[in-house]
Ligand binder design. Structure first.
Ligand SMILES: C[S@@+](CC[C@H](N)C(=O)[O-])C[C@H]1O[C@@H](n2cnc3c(N)ncnc32)[C@H](O)[C@@H]1O
Length: 221
């Protein structure tokens, strides 16, 4: 069922996460104009915090930070000694994010690297360093992000991909734009990938949650 605007507002209101720093950041970001639409919705932010806390994540990764809303949401779910590594290519948006991290009292928990995310990921040491990853950057690289993140994720860890419904374009066969094609390919690939179990949920523009399977789990499929 598609949500009516009334139902969407109803859903969005009924969350427990209320953070004045996030409200202020959303207001600041709205002044950027059209780019502001890239920010995750408040209910998505609350969902990210809950997921991170629910799996007891200590080390998290974000690909696509923009002005920092989802990063703060993720970091809020981490313990005090937790760590979040953020990747973005934009200096001006990263500057806004860094100021927001400081206002949220999270600047000691978050490292933001300004560089193409694939370069940052490939520069990381091998090993299962992360418990949780959120992917919300250039859509044509989503599959490459999966391949770089999965070996660095612990068994049972989660990768969450944003915008997997792409405003409904993924089910429009006439839409052959590169972003739509890349998202459709990932959406078709993941359910058959023995390395993960996944589910897509129609929150905001669609989220896919992929959990890394253990070796034996993979063999049982
Ligand atoms: C949809 S926005 C992220 C929104 C953010 N998660 C939030 O909730 O505010 C996408 C971001 O990805 C960044 N981006 C685009 N291509 C990138 C790349 N190759 N590597 C790293 N970041 C990239 C953009 O600069 C932009 O800030």
């Amino acid at each position: 069922m598609a949500l009516t605007p009334e139902l969407h507002a109803y859903v969005a209101e009924r969350r427990s996460e209320r953070d004045p720093v996030l409200a202020e950041l959303a207001e600041e970001t709205s002044r950027l104009g059209r780019a502001a639409a890239m920010q995750v919705s408040p209910e998505q932010g609350a969902f990210l915090s809950l997921l991170v806390r629910a799996i007891g994540a200590q080390h998290a990764l974000e690909v696509g930070t923009f002005t920092g809303y989802s990063a703060i949401s993720i970091a809020r779910g981490l313990p005090e000694d937790g760590r979040l590594l953020c990747c973005d290519v934009s200096e001006p948006w990263s500057a806004i994010a860094r100021r927001a991290f400081a206002r949220a009292g999270l600047d000691d928990r978050i490292e933001l690297r300004v560089a193409p995310a694939l370069d940052t990921l490939r520069s990381l040491p091998a090993g299962e360093a992360f418990d949780f990853a959120f992917v919300d950057a250039d859509k044509t690289s989503y599959r490459a992000y999966l391949e770089e993140i999965l070996p660095r994720l612990r068994t049972g860890g989660l990768i969450v991909f944003d915008n997997v419904l792409w405003g409904g374009a993924v089910v429009d066969p006439t839409d052959r734009t590169s972003d739509t094609v890349a998202l459709r390919e990932l959406n078709d690939f993941l359910p058959g990938d023995p390395r993960v179990e996944c589910v897509m949920i129609p929150l905001a523009d669609g989220l896919t949650i992929a959990r890394k399977r253990g070796r034996n789990e993979g063999e049982r499929r």
